[in-house]
Design a binder for this molecule. Structure first.
Ligand SMILES: Cc1cc2nc3c(=O)[nH]c(=O)nc-3n(C[C@H](O)[C@H](O)[C@H](O)COP(=O)(O)OP(=O)(O)OC[C@H]3O[C@@H](n4cnc5c(N)ncnc54)[C@H](O)[C@@H]3O)c2cc1C
Length: 289
């Protein structure tokens, strides 16, 4: 990664990141809404260890909530708890989250807690439960199909009738706690999909894996699940043709829009963490060249 010039990383990232500012995120969300795609918007930033960084991040997040409301977008917010103080102090992080979820609730906006690497799994689910127990329902979590614990985690969340984004998982985790084989991860994804949708959880199917998408689509049709029970989600700039096909079938499609000045750190960390994505970058590099 250090060998790839910053300018090239920025060029490649442009496909995946809306830009530096709230205005960029709103512009991209509007473009998507014009083709019947909704969004979840993320202020880039994670693993913040200084309170002034966290306060900046929180302020930008709150400005984003107001902008979503002002522009009457159907989009909502995605947020990483390490961007709002999880690595500083858990009570401080909870206070920040509570403030954000309260404002979002007043604005009629949903908040999705992204799932980070395994040291944060239990902490993130605990924060979710604490917010739900305060009476807020405009919050959801993410479950990663590569984690062996995920089935038990879903079981423990079902009582909340939760909204859950189901993804494979992006971080590098040890074989002790995570499935490593792509087929095992896919098999577990299918199992968790059934567990969610058949038990009344709102199921957000976040994947670009066409085999998995087709599997879910066939099952949804067979079991005649209503459109109020699920949606599909994809990342900005990925598999746009597949995205269009799903929209044309009349299903809800939500695209994850990251934006912010932290684009370089975010992009390089993602690339380092997942060699598969590094492969996409290499391919993109050659296409650029
Ligand atoms: C909306 C959304 C939210 C997410 N939130 C989280 C989260 O909170 N925590 C977490 O750990 N992970 C999250 N992820 C990432 C996820 O866990 C996977 O790492 C990522 O989606 C790739 O897995 P896949 O299911 O698409 O399958 P893969 O088998 O990895 O990909 C299937 C195909 O899609 C294409 N593709 C996938 N990703 C890319 C890419 N970046 N660039 C270009 N082509 C690509 C490739 O053609 C690939 O062959 C999220 C993903 C999405 C879509």
């Amino acid at each position: 990664m250090p060998l790839i010039p910053k300018g090239i990383v920025k060029k490649i990232s442009q496909r995946y990141i809306a830009g530096d500012s709230i205005a960029d995120a709103i512009r991209v969300a509007k473009q998507l809404e014009s083709v019947n795609v909704v969004a979840t918007i993320d202020v880039l930033g994670e693993f913040k260890t200084l309170k002034e960084q966290v306060e900046r991040e929180k302020k930008e997040t709150i400005r984003l909530l107001h902008a979503i409301k002002e522009h009457q977008l159907k989009s909502y917010l995605s947020i990483k708890l390490t961007s709002i103080g999880m690595d500083i102090d858990e009570d401080y992080c909870f206070e920040n989250l509570l403030e954000i979820v309260t404002i979002a609730s007043e604005e009629g906006i949903f908040v999705r807690l992204d799932m980070e690497n395994s040291p944060y799994t239990s902490k993130t689910l605990d924060m979710y439960r604490k917010i739900r127990e305060k009476g807020f329902s405009n919050i959801g979590v993410v479950i990663q199909a590569y984690l062996k614990r995920s089935e038990a985690d879903i079981q423990s969340l079902l009582e909340y009738k939760p909204s859950i984004r189901l993804c494979k998982g992006i971080y590098v985790e040890s074989a002790d706690i995570a499935f490593k084989d792509p087929d095992h991860i896919r098999t577990n994804y299918k199992k968790l999909y059934h567990l969610l949708i058949e038990n009344g959880a709102y199921s957000c199917l976040a994947t670009h894996d066409v085999a998995l998408i087709d599997y879910c689509l066939q099952d949804i049709e067979k079991q005649q699940f209503s459109k109020e029970q699920f949606e599909f989600q994809m990342l900005l700039g990925v598999k746009e043709e597949e995205r269009t096909k799903i929209v044309q079938k009349g299903h809800t499609m939500r695209v994850y829009i990251p934006f912010g000045e932290d684009w370089y750190g975010y992009s390089t960390r993602r690339l380092k963490e997942n060699p598969q994505i590094a492969l996409y970058v290499t391919k993109a590099l050659f296409r650029l060249g």
